[in-house]
Each structure stands twice: as structure tokens, then as C-alpha cells.
Design a protein around this ligand. Structure first.
Ligand code: AMP
Length: 467
């Protein structure tokens, strides 16, 4: 299938060629013709499938004819997070470069003054998060009576974030005669109810079963005996031993995002936090730095990192096993994109057994335990697994990271930049062979009772992994 066969104009085809795409992704090949014909489309697709272009390309074509009136946008795209909204806006700019379509972005943290000026002049596309849109609508800044196309993106995420009532309120404010496209990676009952109530005989297009992870993602489970402290140690050891070039480290709670980020930085690892409590300019700057490779590890919550499109990310690390198994699919979908190999490592304590089981049920297979013993050279008889210094570092009151400490673990194989004044060079070293990695670095012994941090499957396999 070629883009030329989808009914797109030469202007849009030119922009696609400039973006470097040679052929449509399956969701694009299926959705674009229906949308161009003016039909409602329900797309079951996760991020990474090219769904954004799947709806933006036909929207550009449809909106190319006609003009926007003051404060009456002609189309509306609802996104659950500011990051996704900003990403869609970027896509519009790329694919719409040969058109004169105007666009406004209503998200928290972006100055309303500038966006309101645009709205006053009239915009073809309004990209918004539901809360901000309602806020501006209630202030009388926007009229929704001219919306001809509505896109609800990541509907299942909207549900997770409690946005469905807002989405429904917005839909009721729109003209009943319009074209609607909805995208969702999964189809929970509430989302189904929304599609049944507000879409007209939608064409359902589906690219991957909701529970499938990309085949290019190598998934591994890392057993950790202990709690939060041992997991932080385990994380550092993984970063050191697993040839991590860049990674998102997912935590289940915002509070833990902050602590894990600070802990990594205290150990000289080039990390930064991304969570919903941070001001938008900080979030944007952090993402830009991560994209540019200036930050190697992004410690994030599900909500903040959902759908992030980062090219060529080597690892996703689940510091916490997600409680919702579908979040696992979303998380690991951040790596292994565009056919590249990616790695998903999940730290699991015995308490996580039931969540691991849920995930394995969803993906229809077992997540194999990691092959290598992830104990660092320090974790031997001579040196306790977690040094007293490191423990003090992690347990003292949280504040700005102080000067980086001398490293306590072996980062020989890592691609991660280590802060200055450590004695390790950023990894140019190649990935170790299995045999090298499997080799204990010094004589290992079984930890005595009360000792922290046991990682990998080297000498202890928790019962829940022995099924
Ligand atoms: P999305 O699922 O919309 O977040 O898109 C995931 C990634 O795929 C983005 O980096 C897009 O730039 C890229 N992409 C979208 N369409 C194509 C295509 N037809 N060929 C190659 N890459 C694409």
C-alpha cells in the first residue's frame, strides 16, 4: 500500500515525503480512506502505531476547504495530557506545512493570551485537554457551534484520568451533525458507551489486539527481595549492567517518582523526573532534554509519560509493577518502536506476584526472568550490597541533589552519562555477551538474614516466579 493510493492531495503527500515516510502504517491505511469520506471512525490502536497521522492527514484535507470564523474553531482534538496535545500540534505543523491552516493549543501551562488571540482570529484546529477547554468555554472565550470534526484521542486514558464526564459535557456542546473519530488502545465499557452514544455508525479499525506488545520488545522480570530501598539499589545495578542507553523508569506514584529521581541523581546518574505536579515549562524542558539526549533517564508516572513518542529509546524500566496490566502494555510500548529492538525490565518483589500474574494473563505468556545476575561487584562478602553511605543518601530528607557521590556500583556497561567527578567514562563499551554477564564478578555468597537487595535469578528465585 502506498500513500498515493489513499486519496491524499499532492500537498499532503509532499509533506509526508518530507517527513520521510515511505508507506502508511496499517492504522493509517485503514482509517484515512474512511475519514476522507466523512465517516465516523473508531480506531483501536495504541501509540506508536502512527495513529496521529491517521487522523491529522485526513483532517488537513477536509479542512483545506473553508475558512475559520472568529472564536469558532472548525475542528477539535481532545487529548488527555498536555504532552500528547503538544505532540499532536507538532504533527499538525509537520503534515500541514503546505497548507495555511491555523491551530490553537489549550493546555495548562501554555499562555492563554497568545492562544486566545489566535482563537479570536479564528482557528481551523483546536487541540485541547478537556478541563482547559471547558474552562475557556465557560469564560465565553470559545464557541463550539462550528465544530465539524471531533477527535477524541486516547479515550481509555481519558477514562483512567477521570475525564470522561468532561469529554461527555464537551461532546454535548458540539453540533450533532459532525464527523467523530475516537482512538483508544483498549475498549473499556465506559469508552464503549461513549462510542455508542455519540458516534454515527462508526467504522471500526483495529491494528493490534489491545493486549499485544511490540514483538521487538524483549521483556524481562527482575526479582528483588526487599522493599523500596532494595528496589532503588536494583535499579542502579540494572542501569549499570544492562547497557541502558536511555530509559523511562516508571513508578506507580508521583511521590516515588520524586524519590527515585533524587536517589538516582545522588548516585551520579543523569536522571530527571516527569510527573503531573511539575509546572508545564519544566515538563516541556525536561522532555526536550530527554529527546536531545541531554538527560538519559526519565523517571515518570504513567500519566505524565503516556504516549510519549521518543525515538530510539533503549529501555523501559518498571520500577513498580503496574497495578493495571494495560498500563504495562502502554509503558513498554515506549521502547522497541519503528522495528528497533527495545528492552522492558520490570522489578518485582514477592508482593507484586499477583500483578505480574495479571500482566502475564493479559499478554498471554510468561515474562522470563532476567538471565544475568545483576549484583554489582560491590555486592560481595567484602562490601555489603548497599553501602551505608548510599543508604544514608537515600534516607536523608529530600532536597536538591547535592554534589554527585562517587559511584558505588559498576556502571561499566551502561550507556548512561555519569556526572563529573566519577571515574567512569560514558559507555562506549559494547554490550557484554551473555556469558560475560552471567559471570559473577567476584565470588558470591548467599546474603545472610536481614541483608538487603538480592537481584536477578542468580541464587534466589522467589516462589511466584517458579510457577
Ligand atoms: P503515533 O502512533 O502517532 O504516536 O506515531 C508514532 C511514530 O510513528 C511517530 O514518530 C511518527 O512520526 C511515526 N510515523 C507515523 N506515520 C509513519 C509512517 N507512515 N511511516 C513511518 N513512521 C511513521
Amino acid at each position: 500500500m502506498k500513500f498515493e493510493e489513499l486519496g491524499l492531495s499532492p500537498e499532503v503527500l509532499g509533506a509526508i515525503a518530507d517527513a520521510g515516510y515511505t508507506e502508511p502504517t496499517p492504522i493509517q491505511a485503514q482509517a484515512i480512506p474512511h475519514l476522507l469520506m466523512g465517516r465516523d471512525v473508531l480506531g483501536i490502536a495504541q501509540t506508536g502505531t502512527g495513529k496521529t497521522a491517521g487522523f491529522t492527514l485526513p483532517m488537513i484535507e477536509i479542512l483545506a476547504a473553508g475558512r475559520a470564523r472568529a472564536r469558532m474553531p472548525r475542528s477539535l482534538i481532545l487529548e488527555p495530557t498536555r504532552e500528547l496535545a503538544a505532540q499532536v500540534a507538532e504533527n499538525f505543523a509537520i503534515y500541514g506545512k503546505n497548507h495555511k491552516l491555523s491551530m490553537a493549543l489549550l493546555i495548562g501551562g501554555v499562555s492563554f493570551v497568545e492562544q486566545n488571540e489566535k482563537l479570536d482570529r479564528g482557528v481551523d484546529v483546536l487541540i485541547a485537554t478537556p478541563g482547559r477547554l471547558l474552562d475557556q468555554f465557560e469564560r465565553g472565550r470559545i464557541l463550539l457551534a462550528d465544530i465539524k470534526i471531533l477527535v477524541v484521542d486516547e479515550a481509555d486514558r481519558m477514562l483512567d484520568m477521570g475525564f470522561i464526564p468532561d469529554v461527555e459535557r464537551i461532546i454535548k456542546l458540539l453540533p450533532p451533525i459532525r464527523q467523530t473519530a475516537m482512538f483508544s488502545a483498549t475498549m473499556p465499557t465506559e469508552v464503549k458507551r461513549l462510542t455508542d452514544s455519540y458516534m454515527m455508525n462508526p467504522r471500526r479499525v483495529e491494528v493490534a489486539p489491545p493486549a499485544s506488545a511490540a514483538e521487538t520488545v524483549v521483556q524481562r522480570l527482575v526479582a528483588v527481595r526487599g522493599g523500596f530501598t532494595e528496589k532503588r539499589k536494583a535499579l542502579r545495578d540494572l542501569i549499570a549492567s544492562e547497557n541502558v542507553r536511555n530509559a523511562i523508569v516508571f513508578c506507580n506514584r508521583k511521590r516515588d517518582v520524586k524519590i527515585v529521581d533524587q536517589s538516582l541523581r545522588r548516585h551520579g546518574i543523569n536522571a530527571q523526573a516527569l510527573h503531573g505536579d511539575l509546572p508545564q515549562p519544566v515538563r516541556t524542558a525536561t522532555l526536550e532534554k530527554f529527546r536531545a539526549g541531554e538527560i538519559s533517564i526519565l523517571v515518570a508516572s504513567d500519566v505524565a509519560a503516556r504516549g510519549l513518542d521518543i525515538d530510539d529509546m533503549s529501555h523501559v524500566i518498571n520500577f513498580d509493577v503496574p497495578m493495571n496490566p494495560e498500563d504495562y502494555i502502554h509503558r513498554i510500548g515506549r521502547t522497541g518502536r519503528a522495528g528497533r529492538e527495545g528492552h522492558a525490565l520490570t522489578l518485582a518483589t514477592a508482593a507484586d506476584a499477583k500483578y505480574v500474574q495479571q500482566i502475564e494473563r493479559l499478554i498471554g505468556g510468561k515474562i522470563e526472568p532476567i538471565n544475568s545476575v545483576v549484583q554489582s561487584a560491590d555486592q560481595t562478602q567484602a562490601t555489603p550490597p548497599v553501602t551505608p553511605q548510599a543508604e544514608r543518601d537515600d534516607s536523608r530528607p529530600r532536597g536538591d541533589a547535592k554534589a554527585p557521590r562517587k559511584r558505588t556500583s559498576n556502571r561499566r556497561n551502561s550507556g548512561i552519562k555519569i556526572a563529573a567527578n566519577t571515574d567512569v567514562k560514558p559507555a562506549t563499551a559494547s554490550k557484554p555477551t551473555e556469558t560475560e554477564r552471567d559471570k559473577p564478578r567476584r565470588t558470591q555468597r548467599r546474603p545472610q538474614q536481614g541483608e538487603p537487595a538480592e537481584l536477578g535469578m542468580g541464587d534466589h528465585t522467589p516462589a511466584f516466579l517458579q510457577r
